[in-house]
Design a protein around this ligand. Structure first.
Ligand SMILES: [Zn+2]
Length: 381
């Protein structure tokens, strides 16, 4: 090995360690066929080398360009886990047309309490760009119900990603606060609470078959007013199975991780295979990157969203799945008592009156953030 080769190998190994450390927080890369995913460091290095030397014919900018007006929303992103969200605003989301991001960090683990705080902080700094979800909930203890209530009252727009069933995920199979299936632990009570707040719940279920999926169906039937978002519905899952789930259960939404289908070697389907069901249920698909988990990068995951939109080839449907559906789920949530109480306090202090009849959680959150920013800037003077 020459000195240069050694340095190059060291950089690749460091890069590899970094990408693993970041991405292993999330969900499975090898559920059914472990041999289809690079298993050794050497394989990973070769993959990286190929990825860095291959010249793409169409850049991500090219893909994003026709869709800049869509105001794309990434409905599933873990960037609160590694403080990356601030940097990504400039270097990633602004540049490639991602207008808003459903943000959280770690999943169903005590460490998620801290990453939820990060998601909240990101929202306080950029309320028009981040939609905070909460995952630091002990799903096995009645105290978790109080936690959920506090999160939703405070202004979080949903719960998730929650590990409600995980057998094969390297990241989630051993989550301390995970349940065994969607009717386990305190989940049923959480569904009832989510219905009250009209807050969606983003659920990780692997494998997407058998008993856990039966229990998801039972949950959807028993809690018809709860909005269930099936996380990365297309990962290791066929279009037909998604179709029957959506057909039977009008309150189930599919979070579509286009990057998995387009770029994960384990995917046996193509993006085009899912287009007919997207067209059949255009109001119930959301697009996401899952922060590029299991594929080479979040950039590729964003590109795959645009590839899907191109495959859908219908501006109305593109608008719905790219942003309209998730925006609606966020907009439909009413302001909470805690938010309204804070607004009343604000009125008492400022003498200004706000019309809070029919105020949404989103509007209340924005009002409170703007005023707290104003207050802190006047205090600083
Ligand atoms: Zn995820």
């Amino acid at each position: 090995m020459t000195k240069q080769t050694k340095i190059r190998a060291a950089i690749l190994v460091a890069l590899l360690a970094l990408t693993s450390a970041v991405s292993f927080v999330y969900w499975p890369s090898q559920m059914k066929d472990p041999t289809s995913v690079p298993a050794t460091v050497q394989d990973e290095i070769e993959t990286l080398e190929t990825a860095t030397t291959k010249q793409p014919t169409k850049t991500l900018e090219d893909w994003a360009q026709p869709y800049m007006d869509l105001k794309l929303v990434d409905a599933h992103n873990h960037s609160a886990a590694n403080f990356a969200y601030g940097m990504k605003l400039d270097s990633l989301w602004n540049q490639y047309g991602v207008d808003r991001v459903v943000l959280f960090g770690n999943v169903s683990d005590p460490s998620a309490v801290h990453t939820d705080e990060m998601a909240w902080k990101a929202y306080q700094q950029h309320s028009d760009r981040f939609i905070p979800f909460a995952s630091g909930i002990n799903l096995l203890d009645p105290s978790g119900l109080q936690t959920v209530k506090e999160y939703l009252e405070k202004g979080f727009f949903g719960l998730g990603e929650l590990a409600v069933a995980s057998t094969y995920s390297e990241a989630l199979a051993h989550s301390i606060w995970k349940t065994e299936h969607p009717m386990d632990g305190i989940l049923p009570d959480i569904y009832a609470l989510c219905a009250q707040y009209k807050a969606p719940i983003l659920m990780h279920i692997d494998p997407p078959e058998g008993y856990p999926m039966l229990m998801l169906e039972e949950a959807a039937d028993k809690y018809p007013d709860t909005i269930f978002i099936f996380a990365h519905a297309n990962a290791f899952n066929s279009p037909d199975k998604i179709r029957s789930l959506l057909k039977e259960h009008p309150n189930v939404y599919a979070d579509f991780f286009a990057g998995f289908t387009a770029f994960n070697p384990s995917s046996v389907y193509k993006l085009e295979d899912y287009v007919p069901i997207i067209k059949e249920f255009p109001d119930r698909f959301l697009l996401s990157t899952d922060s590029g988990y299991g594929i080479s990068s979040e950039e590729d995951a964003i590109q795959a969203m645009y590839m899907l939109l191109e495959a859908v080839d219908d501006p109305e449907i593109a608008k719905k799945i790219a942003s309209g559906n998730i925006e609606r789920l966020i907009r439909d949530q009413p302001a909470t008592r805690t938010q309204l109480a804070a607004i009343r306090q604000l009125e008492n202090k400022s003498g200004q009156k706000y019309d809070t009849s029919n105020m949404s959680k989103e509007e209340a959150g924005k009002l409170l953030i703007e005023n707290s920013q104003q207050m802190s800037s006047t205090q600083g003077k």
